[in-house]
Write a protein that binds this ligand. Sequence first.
Ligand SMILES: Cc1cc2nc3c(=O)[nH]c(=O)nc-3n(C[C@H](O)[C@H](O)[C@H](O)COP(=O)(O)O)c2cc1C
Length: 350
Amino acid sequence: MTAEPTTGPTTGPAAPAFDLSTTYLGLSLRSPLVASSGPLTARIDSLRALEQAGVAAVVLPSLFEEQIEHEDMQAAGLGDLGADSNPEATSYFPDLGDYESVVDRYLRHLAEAKKALSIPVMASLNGETSGGWVRYARLLENAGADALELNLYGIAADLDVTGRDVEDEQLELVALVKASLSIPLAVKIGPNYSAMGHQAARFVDAGADGLVLFNRFYQPDIDPQTRKVSAALILSSSAELRLPLRWTAILSGRVEASLAVTTGVHTGADAARCLLAGADVAMMTSALLEKGAGHVATVENELVGWAVESGFESVNQLRGSVSQRHVEDPAAFERANYMAALTGFTSSFR
Ligand SMILES: Cc1cc2nc3c(=O)[nH]c(=O)nc-3n(C[C@H](O)[C@H](O)[C@H](O)COP(=O)(O)O)c2cc1C
């Protein structure tokens, strides 16, 4: 396939002799490098810096339904306080005239991001109730989101709920939200399904236009000194890329959906791995928090340098060339690799 070179970012690397363009969720992107949901997409100045460095699209931080509920309860609690102190004195009620709710703030940020950027802006939603998912999804679409990412971040800690129950409930949510939207829908999932491939295919059947692999679960720790549970967040490293890489390689070409990798993308070589496995985009948060928004340009330069040196002309040409369907030994992505890895390590250890 002949490819036109893309134009480079305003102040990023020089125009590459390699066609970086890709399609994600039906959106045409100038490159496969996307800023995932996180602190850098929460502010207009860092969003601008990301775009300047060449990022192809951004995902805003999630709107959390539980945060909205919490805020509503607080507002209601404040009202009750005034009412109790003197039932007749309505002036005791807090003045909520200038009060901006979590939802209003989110919609304002989305509208401002859309105005400030020319790249696609995706909203992200983490709901609690089915009514909430649909209601807020519609609000985000109406506020101008180019696509919606549903963040299915949950820990199945209820001992009475089966894996099938959890999976069916998530599928219902996806179908419900999909039916209420006209913008593309991506679903950000975790890796902890017994039959990950089957559940991924069911998400697509339920209406997901794309799968984001994977949510990175923050593990609680216990401080032996204080005997308290601590939740300090540790940023990712490239080593964590292997899990989403395996599943991207297995799903590539087998599900009718876009594939995004999130978790462990730090360098151009990492982005290359994602594309070779079959991803349409590689997303970054930790790397950008560590190195700054300008790191996008470095990753792009590294990716292009590697691709040109390897003789590739375009992202389209290389995408999925090392997916499970295209490698000589498909079992390498499955269990067979387990024994080979153990034996290889043991013999090198002598
Ligand atoms: C401080 C911080 C805040 C985040 N906030 C969100 C969020 O609101 N919604 C979401 O879906 N992911 C959120 N993430 C997860 C990232 O989008 C990403 O999936 C994860 O960090 C793995 O990618 P990485 O290895 O590039 O960091 C957050 C990550 C960090 C570090």
